[in-house]
Design a binder for this molecule. Structure first.
Ligand code: AMP
Length: 417
């Protein structure tokens, strides 16, 4: 047996209903909020993420599945969706086509991380992006939509956390304040934080090393360094959230692991997920489109981890529908009629099962029981002669004969009872 690769998993039939539920709600929500779907390739040029996600991020430094292809080009499996979405928006000048560029995508991402519950090397994201709008109303709407996703999936107890990381005008002051506050104590921090203090001091807030926390807890807060414009924007975003009646917590530590964020950042945390508790995260990125060669357009979006949404779904959600009927042929001459009956029921939209290999009626009935189909439809010589079907309701054991011509209507009626 050749096993699957560490950090990847098969989504098996028993679980796939929960996935379809998450994907269904996600697609439906995107449509209702006016987002158009885009499907970008899984492979991209490595430089797209070096430039977009950021050279100093853990994703680019440690986690990319990057390789040289047979033509000598540097390629990577995408570790996140936003740079690809921006590339697509720019490459196809989508803003010419779409009155308000709101895009979404669903698909697999790849990061060479240490696998654990809720963290995999191949995982899936719903990604949504809005291009071209600076108005804080869009921040409010995007966060409200993120919250609606979680609520509509029936996930309870989730917590919305927000922050503002400022802009190109005010962030340098904050970064300098961080460096000043750290002073000599940098040497006491973990190796990653020492590296971060040089490449991107804000990222120190991502540190989870317990020994570093007392030092990090004393660092200044980004909110106190925002310029007037960023402060005003943040206040407006909060006003929108309050108008929607959304509860939130402001956390100055929410800087997120990517380089491109400006102003608003947010996450929704789940309660049932253990250490990997972020269901989704996102924020505003007002310079990324230009940085990747496009026009000077702001952007905002979020990515939700589908594995984590599936894990957090309430029990029983997305259970596979039971079949409407299991057709049983009594004796050899009935097989052909039984198959045609199954075909006709399937064409009529009813989920129908049937056995193979000419097994005995007893063995077919056993399978019908195991399948948990709602009805067993029995077709023998008598039924064939009278153009009827014997319908056994599995739950009650009741049995009745139904004219073949009335069968679809009969099965549909009990389905909606
Ligand atoms: P990020 O792109 O890192 O901001 O992540 C956005 C969301 O994707 C997170 O909140 C998680 O739900 C999910 N996610 C990120 N990395 C992984 C991973 N390795 N395995 C599973 N889900 C992930």
């Amino acid at each position: 047996m050749i096993p699957s690769i560490r950090g990847t998993r098969d989504i098996l039939p028993a679980e796939v209903g929960r996935w379809q539920r998450v994907e269904g709600v996600a697609r439906d929500l995107c449509a209702r909020y006016g987002y158009a779907e885009v499907r970008t390739p899984v492979i991209e040029r490595e430089e797209l993420f070096a430039k977009g996600t950021g050279e100093s991020t853990d994703i680019v430094q440690k986690e990319m599945y990057a390789f040289t292809d047979k033509g000598g080009d540097r390629i990577t499996l995408r570790p996140e969706a936003t740079p690809s979405m921006v590339r697509s928006f720019v490459e196809h000048a989508l803003e010419q086509e779409l009155p308000c560029a709101k895009l979404y995508s669903l698909g697999p991402m790849f990061r060479y991380e240490r696998p654990q519950k809720g963290r995999y090397r191949q995982f899936h994201q719903l990604d949504i992006e809005v291009f071209g709008i600076t108005d804080p109303a869009v921040d409010g709407e995007v966060i409200e939509m993120a919250s609606a996703l979680v609520t509509e999936l029936g996930i309870e107890g989730a917590e919305l956390v927000i922050n503002s990381v400022g802009c190109a005008a005010c962030r340098p002051r904050f970064t300098q304040a961080l460096i000043d506050a750290l002073g000599e104590r940098v040497a006491e921090l973990c190796g990653d934080c020492q590296r971060r203090s040089v490449t991107n001091p804000l990222r120190i807030f991502d540190c989870k090393v317990p020994a570093d926390q007392p030092i990090i807890d004393q660092l200044p807060h980004s909110e106190n360094f925002l310029c007037d414009a960023c402060r005003g924007h943040f206040a407006e975003v909060r006003r929108h959230l309050e108008a929607y009646g959304l509860a939130y917590r402001v956390s100055h530590r929410l800087v997120r692991g990517l380089d491109y964020y400006t102003r608003t950042t947010f996450e929704i945390l789940g309660t049932s997920l253990g250490a990997q508790n972020a269901l989704l995260g996102g924020g505003r990125y007002d310079h990324l489109v230009k940085q990747l060669g496009g026009p000077d357009r702001p952007g905002i979006g979020f990515a939700a981890g589908l594995e984590r949404l599936v894990l957090a779904l309430p029990e029983g959600a997305g259970e596979m529908d039971v079949a409407d009927a299991f057709v049983v042929a009594l004796g050899d001459p009935s097989w052909s009629a039984a198959r045609i009956l199954a075909r006709d029921l399937r064409r009529a939209g009813l989920t129908t099962l049937i056995d193979y290999e000419g097994r005995s009626s007893k063995s077919q009935m056993k399978r019908a029981n195991r399948s948990r189909a709602r009805h067993m439809l029995i077709l023998g010589e008598d039924e064939l002669a009278t153009n009827q079907v014997t319908v056994k309701t599995m739950e009650t054991g009741e049995q009745q004969t139904v004219a073949r011509a009335d069968l679809v209507a009969h099965l549909r009626a009990v389905r909606t009872d």
